[in-house]
Design a binder for this molecule. Structure first.
Ligand code: MG
Length: 384
């Protein structure tokens, strides 16, 4: 029986995790939930799974939650609450479906406490890769990716062995603007950017998929997860999102993992690994996908992926700047304070202006995050 804590329970990954959990009551017990502002939903989830540990944002949301009853539920607050939930003694598994930099400290706490960390929050690894790996080693925790490309690489490396890897290909759908002229894309509205052609996801990651900053973050995520050099990681556009990634071995063999674009499959695998459980979410079906295309990435139209290689080359806190600057810029774009094209400009400028700190502590990373946010908001104020 897996005893699971779900961080970000009311988000896209959280809801899909609970859907998987509901299908396997004999295999998965949900012991903790965290939520931001969707109190009625987390109350419903708490009741459905009989959860006794809940983390909420602040006193105000906690008060709202208590109006639903739950006298026997322990409610904790904020980042300290998230870290305590991630290291809860009743749990052996933590699904991190938090959005953005908020996910770093709870990831460290889960791994330090020796849990299996099923990681959907790629920002934790991008911002604090070295710290996450050190915490995993110290606490003897386990790290299983949920991100579909990395779940694919994880499975290909299990099948083919992690020795003799020549390079890996991360596939990218290309997002909603793959076939838009560049000029039109640069002034695209959030309503257009939020229309992802293949995946259904939360807002932040959907915008990241439109800019391809999502793929940029995934390059860095792959570097830390699998110990690959930047030269070993390539990005290829694959509009159907069926081949989730590929590993090329030294002898010329390439392994790929295929499946429908449905996050419940990698979520379930991260929970069931090394077992495989039945799932109703469909299969690849060679006949129904006769055409699988692979195209080179247009780095001029989407300068984001190049910035990932630049951040890795700069090292230290540079990847944290990339992630934090992007998160801040996406927020401003969703509020329609900056244009789509300005996301690229602002993140690029923040990265180049940064003086990386080598071997950063958590405080260094959080300081870097504040610096990147201030850099971006100052720029936007100046230009208004
Ligand atoms: Mg992904």
């Amino acid at each position: 029986m897996r005893k699971v804590v779900v961080l970000g329970a009311t988000g896209s990954i959280g809801c899909q995790t609970l859907e998987v959990a509901a299908r396997f009551p004999d295999k998965i017990r949900v012991v903790g939930l965290s939520a931001g502002s969707n109190i009625s939903l987390v109350a419903e989830q708490t009741r459905q799974f009989g959860v006794r540990n809940v983390v909420l944002k602040d006193e105000k949301t906690a008060e709202e939650f208590r109006r639903f009853g739950f006298l026997d539920v322990e409610v904790l607050l904020g980042i300290d609450g998230l870290c305590r939930l991630a290291s809860l003694s009743e749990a052996d598994t933590v699904v991190n479906g938090l959005v953005g930099s908020l996910g770093l400290r709870p990831s460290l706490a889960a791994l330090e406490a020796g849990k299996r960390l099923c990681l959907a929050n790629k920002e934790a690894l991008v911002m604090g890769g070295q710290l996450v790996l050190a915490a995993k080693k110290r606490g003897k925790g386990e790290l299983v990716p949920i991100d579909s490309e990395h779940s694919a690489l994880f499975q290909c490396l299990l099948a083919g062995g992690s020795r003799g890897v020549r390079r890996v290909f991360l596939t990218a759908s290309g997002g909603p603007f793959l076939n838009w002229p560049k000029d039109e894309m640069l002034s695209a509205k959030p309503s257009d950017a939020l229309k992802h052609p293949t995946w259904t996801m939360g807002k932040k990651i959907t915008i990241d998929s439109a800019t391809l900053f999502n793929k940029a973050l995934e390059v860095i995520e792959a570097h830390f997860l699998f110990g690959l050099t930047p030269e070993q990681i390539e990005v290829v556009v694959h509009p159907q999102s069926i081949v989730h990634s590929l590993v090329e071995f030294a002898d010329g063999s390439t392994m790929a993992q295929l499946g429908p674009p449905d996050m419940r499959i990698p979520i379930q695998y991260a929970l069931s690994y090394p077992e495989r459980w039945e799932s109703p979410y469909g299969t690849f079906g060679p006949m129904s996908f006769g055409n699988l295309n692979f195209l080179p990435l247009d780095n001029e139209k989407f300068p984001s992926v190049k910035m990932a290689y630049r951040a890795l080359q700069m090292g230290g806190t540079a990847p944290a700047v990339l992630a934090a600057a992007d998160e801040c810029a996406v927020g401003l774009y969703l509020e329609e304070k900056i244009s789509f094209g300005e996301i690229f400009e602002l993140v690029g400028e923040a990265l180049e202006a940064h003086q990386p700190i080598e071997s950063p502590t958590v405080e260094d990373i959080e300081g870097t995050e504040r610096w990147a946010r201030a850099f971006i908001t100052d720029r936007v104020k100046v230009s208004v």
